[in-house]
Design a protein around this ligand. Structure first.
Ligand code: BES
Ligand code: MN
Ligand code: ZN
Length: 511
């Protein structure tokens, strides 16, 4: 059996009735057992201040390992990593000592980051590794930590390598988790694996180059990725976008050979009113006639579809978890190019809801497609809340950089849930005010215009107009879609930002 077949067999026979996670993304295989195995490399999780001592070791083995740990100043502090030569009593070459501090206190995100640094420390060609949790005395805590650490390992092991003729080696390792409660650990792991698969889809969507990842191609990718999940997919074609009057969405692709689509992916795991996640899927942003004129501003604008990736990935994750939630991803998809038929600065366009919009700047296109996306979500799904997520404004990057996404929220309960979700997942948000900025998108010509100052607030005000009275939040994730070097749970490349955040937000709201 290939690793992939083993993985899907594991998922099918698991305690959770999750759909098979036949992943094309990872060549690793993760299993949980209370039986020890011999491998060349063993990772031992060490609580702070605990002697490193395994039952199968002799007294001199224990002395040798603890002497080595002391020389390396390894104390078991959270996220400390030290490699030592294995003592004779362990049939291994190397031990990787991994500090967990006080295991009851190690947060989910810290555990995920520990997993990522372990993944980075292990050679990709290792055949198998044992993760030994026997020094963590509480079996429930050990199971929980194992699932978080394993999640961090998975997130770090993703590679966007489909454009490499000889892909640099992906990790090919069988990971054996030695835990006292393997069923509990596996159940938690499979729930986080569902999230990881959503992150991987979001990363793929984000990273696809602009000429390959145009709107229709993203529709096909999403269709393929979702085919085994309990998701009702609606595809609105360019002709239907036109017929339905979504002039804003249509206008952004008018200069491209690839027309605008809209995709709605509905997972109905409860009878509550749905939560709509509406993500920006601008598959490439040249700026249009307000052309991005510096090489650094236009390069990597294929990542302008990361918001669509986030909402698609989040709904996939919730569906794969069979979570008791009702959630729909709405992804307007456009290709902001120039030609003789492209929208001109100053054109006036009619939105789905009838608003007449002055397109004062063709580079402020995200709010246009999301405006119609919000109208569509309200009109078709009558949601109890709308979340927008988008690589929306350069001014967000100026204000917050990449450590935080900007948050706008109309309602206290939605706000506190997203802030909490940000803290839990490490995809942090920081709220900016919208109060007191009335009139920033007023137009001298039409009903409203698509720009204003300050830039991040103007984008938010525009989106809020089209959310109407529906409780609403907006996450401006500009510059959070990609990292240029390996950072924690992210290998260099697309991050899938928003999948973990939105998944957790929806869970929080349903609790
Ligand atoms: N996709 C960009 C925002 C962006 C900038 C994302 C940098 C990631 C990194 C968006 O469509 C855009 O061009 N925004 C303009 C709007 C302006 C012309 C009103 C901006 O913020 O500069
Ligand atoms: Mn733009
Ligand atoms: Zn854009």
């Amino acid at each position: 059996m290939s690793l992939k077949q083993v993985m899907s067999a594991l998922a099918v026979s698991s305690v959770l009735s999750l759909p098979a996670l036949a992943s094309d993304y990872l060549d690793t295989f993760t299993s949980f057992s209370d039986e020890n195995k011999d491998t060349k490399t063993r990772v031992i999780f060490v609580p702070e201040g605990t002697a490193v001592e395994l039952p199968e070791w002799s007294g001199s083995d224990v002395n040798a390992v603890n002497r080595a740990a002391e020389i390396e100043e390894f104390k078991g502090e959270a996220s400390q990593l030290t490699t030592v030569i294995a003592p004779e009593g362990t049939k291994a070459n190397h031990l990787l000592l991994a500090g967990v501090g006080d295991p009851a206190e190690l947060s989910r995100f810290e555990a995920e980051k520990l997993g990522a640094s372990i993944a980075a420390a292990l050679k990709p060609e290792l055949e198998s590794v044992v993760f030994d949790t026997r020094l963590i005395s509480n079996p429930g805590i050990a199971a929980e930590l194992s699932s978080h650490i394993a999640h961090g390992i998975d997130l770090r092991n993703y590679r966007f390598d489909r454009y490499q003729s000889e892909p640099k080696e992906r990790p090919q390792t069988a990971y054996h988790w030695l835990v006292k409660s393997p069923d509990m650990a596996e159940k938690k792991y499979l729930a986080s694996r569902a999230i990881a698969e959503g992150v991987f889809v979001a990363r793929d969507i984000t990273a696809l180059p602009g000429s390959d990842g145009y709107p229709e191609a993203i529709v096909k990718l999403a269709q393929e990725a979702m085919k085994d999940l309990n998701i009702e997919l609606t595809i609105v074609t360019p002709e239907q976008v036109d017929e339905m009057g979504m002039g804003l969405l249509k206008s952004v692709s008018q200069g491209s050979q690839h027309g605008s689509y809209l995709l709605a992916a509905h997972y109905k795991g409860s009878n509550a009113d749905p939560i709509a996640l509406v993500g920006k899927g601008n598959t490439f942003d040249t700026g249009g006639y307000n052309l991005k004129t510096s090489s650094s501003s236009i390069l990597r604008m294929q990542t302008d579809k990361a918001g669509a990736g986030a909402v698609i990935g989040a709904v996939m994750a919730l569906a794969a978890q069979e979570a008791p939630v009702n959630v729909v991803a709405v992804a307007p998809l456009s290709h902001n190019l120039i030609s003789g038929s492209a929208t001109l600065p100053g054109d006036v366009v009619k939105a789905g809801d009838g608003t007449l919009v002055e397109i004062a700047n063709t580079d402020a296109e995200g709010r246009l497609i999301l405006g119609d996306g919000n109208w569509y979500a309200n009109d078709k799904f009558k949601p109890r809340a709308i979340a927008n997520i988008a690589t929306l404004t350069g001014s967000k990057v100026g204000a917050l950089g990449t450590g935080y996404a900007a948050l706008f929220a109309s309602e206290d309960d939605l706000r506190s849930a997203i802030i909490e979700a940000g803290n839990v997942t490490g995809e942090k948000v920081w709220e900016l005010p919208l109060e007191g900025y009335d009139g920033i998108i007023d137009s001298p010509l039409a009903d409203i215009r698509n720009i204003g100052s300050p830039g991040t607030q103007a984008g938010a005000a525009f989106l809020k107009h089209f959310a109407g009275d529906t409780p609403w939040i907006h996450i401006d994730m500009a510059a959070d879609a990609m990292v240029s070097s390996d950072t924690g749970i992210h290998p260099a490349g697309p991050t899938g930002f928003g999948v973990r955040l939105l998944t957790e937000w929806v869970h929080q709201l349903e609790n």
